[in-house]
Design a protein around this ligand. Structure first.
Ligand code: ARG
Length: 408
């Protein structure tokens, strides 16, 4: 009987490297490693060599950059995707794409199982498992690190015994990276009260005091040009990562609620994501009505939560996308941003769909706004509050007359 086959999502890092060996020796699987390029800018040839050296019988490389940008990052921009108002969802967005590739390759190779290197403590296990099951509930899902309750220390020991090479970065931090951002966990950053050392960061620089600007152009909610140059979204993201990162912009350091109940200290660097979402939100404020904006904030928040919590394939996400897409028809225009020593500020915006009308807003003689209309509006606006307060006052004076407050 030939061994069953498993397709393993392989990053080349510590977790997934020890997974190859465990799947082979413990589960007696033939392991096919799969690496999806979501813009992590790594040496994919070296990753392939490493997988084969550890024991994979075959390695598959998928260039998923464009698909990731078009089908995952762009919808996130349109919905101002930020979990708990802070985290641009980089890792969360990549997991459903990697899951889809795992299932596709498992089908191609007639594998009976897929595997990932997630622990039982994080969100990634949810994103993988839920997406894989939505696509094919018959595939077995194996997560060796979770199943064996392994810690990073144990993995490191096992890797040493098995002569599996570990990078010096992996000894310090647990890192996940794609075009939309980089997450830095583990090691000394687990101390919620200590400032992360500068060596934790790759894009963000700390040695530059100068101010710099970016001008970002959107069409229907999608960034299409930066500083007057039209470019493909992945190049545009790379450009902004460089410029904003060099001006110290893009670090997120917050306490995050994981799905499994753990509060964790999370550090990200995501200059392009932080800049683009800030600019996109600003442009929306110029072109959408206050009613659209108020409702969209609720939808956006729900969208981020769905993505964070691994429910990419839930039909609710596509229903929300329909609403979000409808709002984006007007979100075209330019936003100017100023950056310096890590600060970020929108300093100008324009749009052919702008609802900002200078002739209404101006305090000068040119104003077309009829102030006399405001008087009646204001009176009606506050009508219920006026009545409610009047009734409260009456009640209080009756209570006082009856001897110092009812029932208290
Ligand atoms: N807290 C983030 C999230 O849940 C980042 C996770 C990083 N993942 C990792 N395997 N290092 O999306």
């Amino acid at each position: 009987m030939p061994n069953e086959k498993v397709v393993l999502a392989y990053s080349g890092g510590l977790d997934t490297s020890v997974c190859i060996r465990y799947l082979q020796t413990l589960h007696k699987f033939d392991v096919i490693s799969l690496t999806v390029d979501c813009g992590q800018n790594e040496d994919f040839k070296a990753i392939e060599k490493k997988a084969l050296a550890i024991g994979a019988i075959k390695h598959i490389f998928v260039d998923g950059k464009e698909e990731f940008a078009d089908n995952y990052v762009i919808p996130s921009i349109k919905s101002n995707g930020l979990y708990e108002d802070k985290y641009p969802l980089a890792t969360a967005l990549a997991r459903p794409l990697i899951s889809a590739k795992l299932v596709e390759e498992a089908h191609n190779l007639r594998a009976t199982a897929v595997a990932h290197g997630c622990t039982g403590k994080g969100n990634d296990q949810i994103r993988f498992d839920v997406t894989i099951r939505a696509l094919d509930p018959h595939l077995k899902i194996i997560a060796p690190i979770r199943d064996m309750n392994l810690t990073r220390d144990l993995e490191m020991k096992f890797a040493q015994e098995q002569e599996i090479p570990i990078s010096s970065e992996a000894k310090k931090y647990s890192v996940d990276l794609n075009i939309w951002g980089r997450a830095i966990e583990g090691g000394i950053v687990e101390d919620a009260n200590s400032e992360p050392p500068t060596d934790a960061f790759q894009f963000v620089k700390f040695d530059n005091d100068k101010a710099g600007y970016l001008e970002l152009e959107f069409e229907k909610g999608i960034p299409v040009a930066v500083d007057g140059q039209r470019m493909k979204i992945i190049n545009l993201i790379g450009y902004i990562n460089d410029v904003a990162g060099s001006l110290g912009v893009g670090i997120v350091d917050h306490i995050e609620d994981r799905m499994v109940g753990i509060k964790s200290r999370e550090i990200y660097e995501a200059p392009a994501a932080v800049v683009i979402v800030e600019a996109h939100k600003d442009l929306e404020k110029m072109v959408l009505t206050s009613h659209e904006l108020r409702f969209k904030r609720v939808v956006d928040e729900q969208w981020s939560w769905l993505v964070y919590s691994g429910l990419w394939k839930d039909p609710l996400r596509s229903h929300l996308d329909k609403f979000i897409d409808a709002t984006q028809k007007k979100v075209s225009g330019k936003v100017k941003l100023k950056m310096q020593r890590g600060s970020l500020r929108v300093v100008g915006r324009e749009s052919q769909h702008s609802l900002y009308r200078n002739e209404l807003a101006t305090y000068t003689a040119g104003s077309t706004f009829d102030q006399s209309l405001a008087k009646g509006f204001v009176e009606l606006w506050g009508l219920q509050s006026t009545v409610a307060n009047m009734i409260d006052r009456r009640q209080r004076s009756e209570d006082n007359k009856n001897g110092g407050g009812a029932g208290s």
